[in-house]
Design a binder for this molecule. Sequence first.
Ligand SMILES: Cc1cc2nc3c(=O)[nH]c(=O)nc-3n(C[C@H](O)[C@H](O)[C@H](O)COP(=O)(O)O)c2cc1C
Ligand SMILES: C=C(O[C@@H]1CC(C(=O)O)=C[C@@H](OP(=O)(O)O)[C@H]1O)C(=O)O
Length: 391
Amino acid sequence: MTLRYLTAGETHGPQLTAIIEGLPSNLELDFEALNFQLQRRQKGHGRGRRMQIEQDTAQIVGGVRHGRTTGAPVALVVANNDWKHWTSVMNVEPIEGGDEAKRRVHRPRPGHADLNGGIKYEQKDLRNILERSSARETAARVAVGAVARQLLADFGIRVAGHVVSIGGIKAPPLPADIGVDELIERTEASSVRVIDAETEQRMIELIDKTKADGDSIGGVVECIVTGLPIGLGSHVQWDRKLDGRIAQAVVSINAFKGVEIGIGFEAADRPGSQVHDEILYTEEKGYHRASNRLGGFEGGMTNGEPIVVRGVMKPIPTLYKPLKSVDIDTREPFTAQVERSDACAVPAASVVMENVVVWEVAKAFLEKFGGDSMEEIRANYDNYMKQTRDY
Ligand SMILES: Cc1cc2nc3c(=O)[nH]c(=O)nc-3n(C[C@H](O)[C@H](O)[C@H](O)COP(=O)(O)O)c2cc1C
Ligand SMILES: C=C(O[C@@H]1CC(C(=O)O)=C[C@@H](OP(=O)(O)O)[C@H]1O)C(=O)O
């Protein structure tokens, strides 16, 4: 069974809902760890007032008994606290009043889904588009990823993320010997998810200035996955290449416009001798690499080195000093509608990226070691790890 999920729910509706299918039975879920991922996503300097209203927690409403999965689809919901302020606007029942009462949106924001969605779905209230295109949906994706993260943790696979740059301010490269635990601890203590205090201060100042100017900024985030076996994903078919699937998942995050694996675009400027990672063998480590410039992938398969993925997030589209737009009622030029908004959500987006990447890894992991229970997967995994050692 392929691991898959769907999400539903509007940003100002009652809740987000996710259904995960294909999880094995007997996966012990740590609910606190799951909610911790949701709380991480809410943090970060530069977010708007909405994050003070929400206190995201996931409620599991299917597929789990006494803390363990049963093999049935896992259903989870994340409630929207803000719903109480939007109940009449969002209700499925007709409401009294005109555009004002319905908070109808008719001046599409450049950079958001408003105009394309309105035309495509024949909606004259662009709220019917923005409610679902909002990155609120990423709370559901993080909850889903947090489940996948727990499955992988049982096999020693760990994930960490950090912010590489915001608005052109670049964090210094990570120390070569920094481990996943130290990276997690140090980024957790930072309001912009960098480990360097001076960079953090400069980023905070830039975010504050940008916000005061009614503008927004983006940045680059990086995610690292360690403890991987060789051979997740496959070279034999385009849609089985795990690096390709990860790229798709990253670019599917709201506002992400690009992805790099390993040294990424820099590979274009270097000779092959400074790109490919030499192969070594020792009794202790087995086959491994002298460097990890290719970010853990060759032939769409993991090579046992950490996966290193970067994603670029464009600036937030909703601007307090809005750009030019056209009113869909009159077709006259107007400035775009101003909705409450974040000025910078790059730190939060790094948490989203970790969780969507980990999901893709878990999916490939189950394709490789597939079984209906954790016990069956463990036996397949142990057998393959022996095969790898003996190779
Ligand atoms: C964590 C996060 C928070 C976001 N917050 C906002 C926001 O407050 N206002 C906004 O206009 N866009 C925000 N975005 C970006 C929009 O959701 C996104 O630009 C929009 O859905 C259009 O999709 P596209 O940019 O991928 O083309 C956020 C994105 C992320 C990942
Ligand atoms: C709700 C979240 O992010 C939202 C993403 C978002 C957008 O347009 O993408 C717009 C804002 O929504 P609102 O207008 O309700 O403040 C953000 O707060 C969240 O991350 O949980």
